[in-house]
Write a protein that binds this ligand. Structure first.
Ligand code: AMP
Length: 147
């Protein structure tokens, strides 16, 4: 637990929340400024900042709860789709530095768009560039697996 972390305080119960799921490792609660009705945050109870800071087990536990909560929230608000998002790190738009997955129920005409709408001027990539980059990432994954 980190003393000045908002979500650690929610986990400890010193800041209230509208809880929808609670187990040993994971908490899910309604976002206080919902983008759509039912907007829910799913968080690990232990403090980590970025998704990649989680152990593989912790990441799997978190996503397993997202997998359970998503359809329940969707049914509760009558949504026909959803957007899942992690603002990961300051540059990724993260305001609360404690890992959280946004579960955002979506309905036709809700005024939102696809995540591609985040970027006004998406770049173009040639096949050669993509092939080279994919090779670099595969090499990074091999290094990570050995490490
Ligand atoms: P992010 O920008 O990804 O860090 O998102 C942080 C989210 O936390 C925002 O959607 C906020 O509306 C939400 N939030 C902040 N404080 C609270 C709170 N006390 N209870 C519930 N949600 C909160």
């Amino acid at each position: 637990m980190v003393d000045d972390c908002l979500f650690c305080k929610i986990v400890q119960g010193t800041i209230p929340c509208h809880k929808v799921f609670d187990d040993e490792h994971t908490l899910a609660f309604l976002d206080i400024r919902p983008l759509t009705r039912g907007h829910t945050l799913v968080i690990p109870k232990a403090h980590d900042v970025r998704f990649e800071d989680l152990s593989s087990e912790a990441a799997q536990r978190l996503m397993a709860v997202v997998h359970r909560v998503l359809p329940a929230v969707g049914r509760a608000v009558g949504a026909s789709g959803s957007t899942l998002a992690i603002n990961n790190g300051r540059e990724g738009g993260q305001e609360v530095p404690h890992v959280h997955v946004h579960v955002i129920p979506r309905t036709a005409g809700d005024g939102g768009g696809p995540i591609h709408g985040l970027f006004a001027h998406p770049g173009a990539a040639g096949a050669q560039d993509l092939a080279k980059l994919a090779e670099i990432v595969r090499a990074e994954l091999r290094v990570a697996r050995r490490g």
